[in-house]
Design a protein around this ligand. Structure first.
Ligand SMILES: NC(=O)C1=CN([C@@H]2O[C@H](COP(=O)(O)OP(=O)(O)OC[C@H]3O[C@@H](n4cnc5c(N)ncnc54)[C@H](O)[C@@H]3O)[C@@H](O)[C@H]2O)C=CC1
Length: 290
């Protein structure tokens, strides 16, 4: 049995859909603000593998709640990783492009120097370190720009705003790889399986959708493929101040993931069309811009 921390988030929902036999724990069953409760849950369920799909993901709010973000994103995964190491079962943990500064001008390799710009990024980086320090069989999957039909994400936000406005102002100087939650879930399950057979594959991997795109380009694709009529205008990040700074160039180099794990990068356009179908929005037949 696979044990999943998280039940209502984007990734957790996609995991539950892809692996109906998985046991998914919500906050009432295991609150990541109490790391010892997470370790106890692992001991109680004695799973074959553990995937941590829960996290403190309120990037801007984390600036004012760094201690809480650290507990959830660093202390809890470290406790989970130690519990997994004790049982000898693989632990799959999710991390983020926000552990990087994003000024490199080229896709970022997994062993590139980190340099988070935000409290959220620092908390996720500390989580990575805690997971590695536990010394067990593990994979840290860094991903970016996750979207699905559920919750607040870039796709659902653009769709919501496009109903109410004539024009959207979207930053055009941030680039990255949008990642469908469904593909990310499949990747997590695949990695969990591979680690059971080949623990030496333990390590840090990048998994993000392709092709790389600016936030504005992503918004344009959402508008076009959903048949909305709203205009998309580009603005610099400097014109859209947020509490937390974001990396401008968050392209993740995923070649190690492809070579070592056989996981190809998902095409986010296909994932976007699937999300639009799930939401009953369409048709996604506008002229392909790529
Ligand atoms: N959403 C994104 O664009 C990105 C996400 N990630 C990472 O991917 C992973 C999955 O993210 P999503 O599914 O998009 O996040 P989400 O925000 O959709 O879901 C997070 C889940 O964690 C749960 N949670 C928060 N605090 C908790 C606590 N104290 N105890 C128990 N559960 C708690 C929430 O209830 C929610 O169900 C996370 O590790 C996140 O840091 C990485 C890069 C980008």
């Amino acid at each position: 049995m696979i044990l999943v921390f998280g039940r209502t988030g984007q990734l957790a929902r996609a995991l539950a859909r892809a692996a109906p036999a998985a046991v998914c724990l919500d906050r009432a069953a295991a609150d990541l603000a109490h790391p010892e409760a997470c370790a106890a849950a692992i001991a109680a369920h004695r799973p074959a593998a553990v995937i941590n799909a829960a996290a403190y993901t309120a990037v801007d709010r984390a600036e004012a709640e760094e201690a809480q973000a650290h507990r959830v994103n660093a202390d809890a995964p470290a406790a989970m990783a130690r519990a997994c190491a004790g049982l000898g079962v693989p632990f799959v943990h999710l991390s983020t492009d926000y552990v990087f500064g994003g000024a490199g001008g080229r896709p970022i390799a997994p062993d590139a120097p980190t340099g988070p710009l935000s409290a959220y990024g620092r908390s996720k980086l500390a989580g990575e370190r805690g997971v590695r320090a536990a010394g067990g069989v593990h994979a840290i999957l860094r991903t970016s720009w996750v979207f699905s039909a559920h919750g607040r994400n870039f796709v659902t936000t653009v769709l919501r705003l496009s109903e109410a406005r004539d024009a959207l102002r979207i930053v055009d100087d941030q680039i990255g790889g949008p990642t469908p939650a469904a593909d990310l879930a499949a990747a997590c399950l695949s990695v969990a399986q591979r680690l059971q057979d080949a623990p030496a594959l333990s390590g840090t991997y990048h998994y993000a959708g392709r092709p790389e795109v600016s936030r504005k380009g992503f918004a344009e694709a959402i508008v076009a493929r959903s048949g909305r009529k709203v205009r998309v205008e580009g603005i610099p990040s400097a014109a859209y101040p947020t509490a937390a700074a974001r990396p401008l160039d968050a392209r993740l180099d995923c070649s190690r993931t492809e070579a070592a794990l056989g996981l190809a990068r998902p095409d986010w356009r296909a994932g976007l069309d699937a999300v639009l179908r799930e939401l009953g929005i369409g048709p996604a037949r506008e002229a392909q811009r790529w």
